[in-house]
Design a protein around this ligand. Structure first.
Ligand SMILES: Cc1cc2nc3c(=O)[nH]c(=O)nc-3n(C[C@H](O)[C@H](O)[C@H](O)COP(=O)(O)O)c2cc1C
Length: 301
């Protein structure tokens, strides 16, 4: 089973990737197979190297987090050539794989023809994936991440086949449409026709917070691999429990709070805000975080 840490803009940033991949590898655990970066938006320019390094500072350490987990940059846009040029630059900088985002539901992004809005245009998705595929060396996999559709799931198979026939190495499917946003449930069973029809691996994603839900998601989607999103942040031990390891108590997490807050940053206020965001999310996984939330919320610099 492959386990992938989801790209989450403003949440699984480099520091969070560092922490979650280290926790996954504690006590010799296998941890995540790879992480996907927050999306790098491509409109009409070829980003400079610094942009790639800003989103993926791991590029400076062989595209691996401190725990040794590979990081794949993710690009979002609708211009095949421009995306291909940016992907080629990331490949020159050593990226181990390139992921393409066709799932973002954000209004501003969709208005500029990026993310989930492209799910209604399987030919364009095919053109993007194949152009990017041709722009990077053959040994570097190109992958895509989709939702089931924009307004409904009727296009899901067309989109998935477009991605496969364009040469993608695997496909990740967030089991909801754009219109369904992040509202439970996730429709894992609607991934099944895709995982059955495609020859490339299909990775199931969406609404996996517990080991039980992970097992349901695998069974209903017919997939063998999972991408973990918010559940990975609310229960940093989820990855290790999915690999048969033990639970992590809230007290065992505390040193990681100090690690988070002592991270060197040019923006200490922003970092404290991010810490509060994480702590707030931990309330869904740990009672103690709920109890201590008031104290953490009032922390100032
Ligand atoms: C705050 C936030 C930011 C996200 N940013 C991205 C992103 O940059 N790229 C992407 O492909 N998906 C993004 N997603 C979607 C997640 O990768 C994932 O598909 C979604 O959260 C469903 O999985 P989950 O229910 O396990 O969280 C984001 C989700 C959240 C909650």
């Amino acid at each position: 089973m492959k386990l992938v840490l989801a790209p989450m803009d403003g949440l699984t940033d480099p520091l969070m990737r560092d922490i979650l991949t280290q926790i996954g590898c504690l006590d010799g655990g296998q941890g995540y197979d790879w992480c996907v970066s927050e999306f790098i938006r491509v409109t009409s320019t070829l980003h400079g190297k610094q942009v790639v390094y800003r989103y993926c500072p791991e590029a400076l350490t062989d595209w691996k987090t401190k725990a040794g987990t590979p990081v794949h940059p993710q690009f979002l846009g609708s211009d095949p050539i421009c995306l291909a040029e940016n992907a080629a630059r990331a490949a020159e900088l050593g990226a181990p794989a390139i992921d393409l985002n066709f799932g973002c539901p954000a209004k501003t992004v969709n208005k500029h023809r990026g993310g989930a809005v492209l799910l209604d245009e399987p030919e364009l998705i095919h053109s993007i994936v194949s152009t990017v595929r041709r722009s990077v060396p053959a040994h570097i996999p190109v992958s895509a991440k989709i939702r089931l559709g924009y307004a409904d799931a009727s296009v899901a198979l067309d989109v998935a086949q477009a991605v496969e026939s364009a040469g993608a190495a695997w496909l990740t499917v967030h089991a909801r449409t754009k219109t369904q946003g992040y509202k439970p449930p996730a429709y894992w069973e609607l991934i099944k026709p895709l995982s059955e029809a495609l020859r490339i691996p299909v990775i199931a994603n969406g609404e996996v917070w517990t080991v039980e839900e992970a097992n349901f998601a695998l069974e209903r989607s017919g997939c063998t691999d999972l991408m973990l999103g918010r559940g990975a942040v609310t229960r940093p031990d989820l990855v290790r429990r999915l690999r048969g390891g033990s639970e992590m108590s809230f007290d065992e997490l505390r040193p990681w709070f100090e690690y988070f807050l002592s991270n060197e940053t040019e923006n200490p206020k922003g970092q404290l805000g991010r810490f509060k965001q994480w702590f707030g999310l931990l309330g869904r996984g740990y009672e103690e975080a709920l109890v201590e939330w008031g104290t953490v919320k009032s922390l100032t610099l």
